[in-house]
Ligand binder design. Structure first.
Ligand code: ADP
Length: 484
């Protein structure tokens, strides 16, 4: 699929440190999850390279920090324009290495680029404060400064957006960055880095360390141990988030963590059922169920339960599964064997515990899994407790409002939640009672660049996107001026 790139020079397989493409004799394979074919062998950087990249970011920091916000704005706007001008090629690379349907990949390029545009604009708005004095010989103020060298460790499910959501605010604020993209999807990241170079982002300001899974762990350790790296932003599993948090304790690093979810999707009996079915389709099956905000548990109230299950299953059966480059495909492959095994395990467990199969249920040849719906789900099932991260929707029945709220909150996670109701009183009650960082009400897709995305409980720390996303990369400094 990559032979058809309009600009083949976007196909980069080396890492970027201090403005130079760094080759390495050690390489790792990147595979197409739809076919199993090898797409590239990519430079496998080491812990020693990570130290070099951190030093390069530190050396580049003073000049970048001393640019005005408007100067950084102009460079970031060029990067945004180049990402959008190369949307098709970037999407092609993304579908090839990640598997999501081409139209969805194009959507992610636009979504990923939108963070660059948004934070380019925010670069001009890092305002300080003046405060009332506590005695008349003094003046008090707060200035805002970039935190320093930042690191980003990102996952494979959104190969561009998870990078730009971290890197764009860091760069806008005047920080420099070292990025360790997911080992399964480094090609989109490297192509975006090539466009950053073309946009005029100076050498050392943005560095990318491609690495296989073992070297990623070693590089993560160097990043966490470093006193130069002042901030680490990570998106991925809660398990790895905990490791990075523990490793960052000795250097008291500031952390932004976007970890696992276990999103409830509640349909009350006063909901517009057709709209709820549409929302559940979009929330559950986007990216083959491989997003941290995908509905993981669907709770439907007694009176509309049968109607919802029938309409939802009928729609799910129409989804076309296949290679993301084929026309009309709405669900691509899963990312790897382990992902397929987890979905199969959750489905088998639900069926063994009394779940009734309503759609799908089977693994297909290659890395594909049928979009699956199981009704009569119960709290003892694995899918009630763990994030499936795949195209399987268990549907639970409930009677009272409080019962749904309690079930929804009965998890250590707290990222996204969704519910459908037309009753204004219930909307406020439930929205306030859900222990989640984000609540979709009568919608199944909520992410955009100008809202604060993030979770509570063990789903993470901090927020990405919006003006709040900028604060993660800024330190405030209090100035007290005497002798006036
Ligand atoms: P997922 O569950 O989405 O695969 P992971 O949490 O395993 O997510 O991985 C997300 C990112 O974290 C990837 O870039 C991966 O290389 C990196 N990673 C995984 N384990 C570690 C670790 N121990 N230290 C540093 N980075 C890690």
């Amino acid at each position: 699929p990559l032979a058809q790139l309009k600009d083949p020079s976007l196909f980069k397989t080396d890492a970027l440190i201090s403005g130079k493409w760094i080759s390495s004799s050690s390489r790792f394979d990147v595979l197409d999850p739809a076919t199993g074919h090898k797409l590239a062998d990519v430079a496998n950087l080491t812990a020693a390279d990570a130290t070099i990249a951190i030093d390069a970011a530190n050396a580049a920091w003073p000049a970048w920090r001393n640019k005005t916000g408007k100067e950084r704005h102009a460079i970031l706007m060029k990067w945004f324009a180049l990402l959008m001008a190369n949307q098709d090629d970037l999407a092609r690379i993304m579908t090839a290495e990640q598997g999501k349907p081409f139209a969805e990949a194009k959507g992610e390029i636009a979504y990923g680029a939108s963070f660059v545009e948004w934070f380019a604009e925010e670069a001009k708005r890092v305002n300080g404060e003046t405060l009332p004095q506590f005695d008349n010989s003094r003046r008090l103020m707060v200035i805002k400064q970039p935190i320093g060298v930042c690191a980003a460790i990102t996952p494979w499910n959104f190969p561009l957006a998870m990078i730009t959501r971290k890197v764009a605010p860091a760069l806008a604020a005047g920080c420099t960055v070292v990025i360790k993209p997911a080992e399964l999807t480094p090609l989109t990241a490297l192509a975006a880095a090539e466009l950053a170079v073309r946009a005029g982002i100076p050498a050392g300001v943005l560095n990318i360390l491609s690495a296989d899974d073992d070297n990623s762990i070693a590089i993560g350790k160097v990043i966490c141990d470093s006193d130069i790296v002042r901030h680490l932003s990570f998106t991925g599993s809660t398990e790895v988030g905990r490791i990075l948090m523990a490793q960052s304790a000795p250097s008291v690093k500031k952390l932004s963590l976007e970890l696992g979810g276990n999103a409830p999707f509640i349909v009350f009996d006063d909901a517009d059922v057709d709209s709820a079915v549409e929302g559940a389709m979009a929330s559950k099956y986007r990216n083959a169920g491989q997003t941290c905000v995908c509905a993981n548990r669907i709770y439907v109230q007694d009176a509309v339960y049968d109607q919802f299950v029938a309409k939802f299953s009928a729609k799910v059966k129409l989804l076309k599964v296949g290679n993301g480059f084929e026309d009309g495909v709405s669900q691509g492959p899963l990312i790897e064997e382990a992902a397929l095994e987890k979905v199969a395990k959750h489905v088998a467990d639900a069926l063994a515990k009394g779940g009734k199969l309503q759609a799908g249920g089977k693994r297909l040849a290659g890395q594909f899994f049928e979009p699956t719906v199981i009704s009569d789900a119960t709290p003892d099932m694995l899918c009630a407790k763990e994030e499936t991260f795949g195209p399987f929707a268990p549907v639970f029945r409930f009677k009272a409002e409080q019962e749904a709220i309690d079930a929804a909150n009965n998890t250590e996670f707290g990222l996204a939640s969704y519910f459908y109701s037309r009753d204004i009183g219930r909307i406020y009650r439930v929205a306030e009672a859900l222990e989640y960082g984000m609540v979709g009400i009568n919608v199944g897709v909520i992410a955009t660049e100008h809202v604060p995305f993030g979770g509570v409980k063990q789903s993470g720390l901090g927020r990405e996107g919006s003006s709040h996303g900028m604060e993660e990369y800024i330190e405030m400094k209090y100035l007290c001026l005497g002798d006036i």
